[in-house]
Each structure stands twice: as structure tokens, then as C-alpha cells.
Design a protein around this ligand. Structure first.
Ligand SMILES: [Zn+2]
Ligand SMILES: [Zn+2]
Ligand SMILES: [Zn+2]
Length: 283
């Protein structure tokens, strides 16, 4: 049995292995919704899934004719999605605890992958869903780049932001908080100076969740669609931008895998980006 929980702990559930599949999805909707470089999803039949608590805290957003996106209304973690017609419950692997007995098998929508990400693990890649999977269009209009300005938005488009500065750095973080918060194998965050950041629309729709007992850690997300959004850390003078929320190539590449010592058991780091067991070395 695998235990699942969102970052704040309000939404809890259980799934009985074996999982039907584990896939990395690089589609633009998953990247926006999770705010991460890619989503990693597993599935079980409906009979192998149950809510433990917090089902009433799950918000949903219909992102296309074929897809509904679910999330915790308190912390923004991606929630399980029940697809009874397909005989599947799709779960974000980043919110599951322990040994899952499955490892990633496939990269879906590899043609839509993030520009800063190289797929280096040798797993099969498909541009579309495999046969039998309910295919959907995931294209979103791309924003023409403006020199020196990085722009981003949530999945529903109600919230948008821009940053008029060069990025400080980009990192993949494998700590358990980031894995739960982004519901993914790891977070990919781009750090910018906070004074260069501004919301261009929908600021009132941004929910902020400061993790209790954490010095700095928290998440921000769109109340309507649940997509991960930047969080300003005024004390540190930084805007922490989930890379998946960007509509443009930020021009940087990950400088390190941090907290690699805490990474998910099912995820293997196969690229040659430097790894740090804990935080990054002092700059
Ligand atoms: Zn939550
Ligand atoms: Zn996807
Ligand atoms: Zn939104």
C-alpha cells in the first residue's frame, strides 16, 4: 500500500500496488499545473484507490475537453484524478511515500519538453499518448520573447507575471518538501532578484501557503486552476519562480541537483549536472 499526501497534509489517500504504469509527462499543461520541468504520474484501478481525508479540500479545473486538473485548495499540491470511464486513477508520484515497486517507463509528449531540460535516461519517448489513452491537444499560444524580460502565467491564464532581470540561478531541488509541493520528481526553480518581479494580472487570485515550521519554504498557486506560481521571499530579496510557470526560455540551465540525498527512490539522476546531497555550496 502506498500512502499519498499533499504538502499541507489536508489531502490524504492510499493506493494499492501494482501500479498500471509510471510515466513522465512533458506536456505543456502538466508543466504549468505542477510548475515543474515534467510530471511523473502513476495509475491504479479505481478499486485500488481510497481517500483517507480531505476530499472536500480538492479543487478542480477543467483544462481541456478531455482533462480536469485537481489540486489541494490549501497548499496547491496536485491531487489524484479519478477517471472511472478509463478504469484509472491517476496519481502524482511526487506525493506518494515509500517504495512504489515501479520505475518510470516512458516519456510522454517529449516533443513539448521544457527548453532547459535534456532527456538523458534512454527511456522510450512518444510525442503523443500511447494507443488507448485519451489523447488531447495541449498547445497553448506561446508568448513572443521580449528582450531582458521573462514572462510567465498559470494554466488558466488568469494570473500572469514578468521579471525584468537576468536570473540568478536555476536549480533542481529533490527535498521532500519540493517533491510534495510540486507533486513531481523534483522542483526546478529559477531565482530572480525580488525587486525585478511584478504581477501583470490576477495577483488577487494568487494563494500563498507558507509551510508551518519552515523558515522560508512555502508554495504559491492560482486559486482557480491550481498551477504553481512564483513566491516572493522579501527577507532573502528573491523571487522563487517554478520553472514550469514560465512562458519563455529563461536562458539559464540547472546549475545543480540540490538535496539529491533526499531524492525519490524511483527517480534516477542520469544527467551530468552537479549533485549536492544537501543545499548548494555557498556562492
Ligand atoms: Zn494541501
Ligand atoms: Zn501531461
Ligand atoms: Zn490559473
Amino acid at each position: 500500500m502506498a500512502d499519498g499526501r499533499c504538502l499541507c497534509g489536508a489531502v490524504r489517500y492510499q493506493a494499492d500496488p501494482p501500479f498500471q504504469f509510471m510515466v513522465h509527462c512533458h506536456c505543456s499543461m502538466c508543466r504549468k499545473h505542477h510548475g515543474s520541468t515534467f510530471a511523473t504520474l502513476v495509475a491504479v484501478p479505481p478499486a485500488a484507490f481510497r481517500w483517507v481525508s480531505g476530499e472536500a479540500n480538492v479543487g478542480s479545473y477543467v483544462s481541456s475537453e478531455h482533462a480536469t486538473r485537481t489540486f489541494c485548495r490549501v497548499c496547491g499540491s496536485v491531487a489524484p484524478h479519478l477517471l472511472p470511464k478509463l478504469g484509472q486513477v491517476i496519481l502524482p508520484a511526487g506525493n506518494l511515500e515509500g517504495e512504489l515497486g515501479v520505475t518510470p517507463q516512458l516519456h510522454l509528449f517529449a516533443g513539448s519538453k521544457a527548453p532547459w531540460h535534456e532527456i538523458s535516461d534512454g527511456l522510450p519517448q512518444t510525442e503523443e499518448y500511447p494507443p488507448g489513452f485519451d489523447a488531447m491537444s495541449v498547445a497553448r499560444p506561446t508568448v513572443p520573447p521580449r528582450p531582458g524580460i521573462a514572462e510567465g502565467s498559470c494554466l488558466c491564464g488568469d494570473v500572469a507575471f514578468e521579471i525584468a532581470a537576468a536570473p540568478i540561478t536555476m536549480r533542481n531541488c529533490h527535498c521532500s518538501r519540493c517533491r510534495r509541493g510540486r507533486s513531481a520528481a523534483h522542483a526546478t526553480n529559477v531565482l530572480y532578484p525580488s525587486e525585478a518581479f511584478r504581477w501583470t494580472r490576477g495577483e488577487s487570485q494568487v494563494a500563498d501557503f507558507p509551510l508551518p515550521d519552515a523558515r522560508y519554504f512555502g508554495t504559491a498557486f492560482c486559486r482557480r486552476c491550481g498551477a504553481g506560481l512564483p513566491r516572493l521571499s522579501r527577507e532573502r530579496g528573491m523571487a522563487v519562480v517554478p520553472a514550469g510557470s514560465l512562458d519563455v526560455d529563461p536562458g539559464v540551465r540547472p546549475s545543480g541537483h540540490i538535496y539529491a540525498g533526499s531524492k525519490a527512490a524511483w527517480f534516477e539522476i542520469t544527467d551530468d549536472i552537479p549533485q549536492f546531497d544537501e543545499g548548494p555550496p555557498p556562492r
